[in-house]
Design a protein around this ligand. Structure first.
Ligand code: ADP
Length: 214
């Protein structure tokens, strides 16, 4: 798979200058790309556009041969649910539900059967060292554990595309290592992985980088 953007531009309604202007780039399957740039450079905006959470003001986004920038909301939601895993800076889990339910739900929405979703969810929670927290709610686990749960939620559907927005910004170094390793593994298994980050040490080691300027 491939994501190709051409002359991509985004202007928020209230803003005078564009948050992102004239970006052209191709993201290939099996690669992990680090998006860098100072605060306000448009890193989050780019991820939201690529993940079909925002509609660009101009330019195109292609997933393979399909133009996806102008799809109706329901079609975008369907594509996202099936193909995209998204890790936000602050986990963003459903606080009223257990870790296991948070992860399983992403599996159902992607079309996995209930049992399959449950077993994959538990497997992932175990793999990332939070299996014993499966029945806890997000408010009952540490920040690092919540982020590992969020990572499991992104991975449960085996997505072809994974976005992460400053996924290790608030983490201790051990949890940060776990998250970076998981993202690199997903890329080596064939996913397109795109990570916005300020972590210059990690980015320096990545073969694929895209630097945004404000
Ligand atoms: P980064 O992730 O690199 O810090 P962002 O994509 O968050 O950058 O922001 C890019 C620019 O868009 C900034 O100038 C920011 O203030 C502006 N911006 C972001 N979100 C909104 C919004 N909802 N409404 C108006 N302007 C926004």
């Amino acid at each position: 798979m491939q994501i190709q953007v051409q002359d991509l531009e985004h202007r928020y309604q209230s803003a005078g200058s564009p948050a992102l202007s004239k970006l052209s780039h191709t993201f290939e399957a099996g690669t992990l790309t680090g998006i860098t740039g100072p605060s306000g450079a448009g890193k989050s905006t780019l991820l939201y556009l690529l993940a079909l959470m925002l509609t660009p003001s101009a330019g195109s986004i292609r997933w393979d041969d399909q133009d996806v920038q102008d799809l109706a909301d329901a079609d975008r939601a369907r594509l996202r649910a099936r193909h995209v895993g998204f890790v936000f800076q602050d986990a963003v889990l459903d606080l009223s539900r257990t870790a296991l339910d948070n992860v399983m739900e992403a599996g159902w929405l992607a079309g996995l059967r209930r049992e399959e979703s449950a077993s994959r969810a538990q497997e992932l929670l175990d793999r990332f060292g939070v299996g014993a927290r499966a029945t806890y709610r997000p408010g009952e686990v540490s920040g690092g554990q919540a982020q590992r749960i969020a990572l499991c939620r992104a991975l449960v559907k085996n997505p072809e595309i994974i976005f992460a927005d400053e996924p290790t910004g608030n983490l201790d170094s051990e949890s940060a290592d776990v998250v970076w390793r998981a993202l690199a593994d997903a890329a080596s298994e064939g996913a397109i992985v795109i990570v916005a980050t300020h972590d210059s040490k990690r980015v320096a080691k990545l073969p694929n980088r895209l630097q945004l300027v404000p």
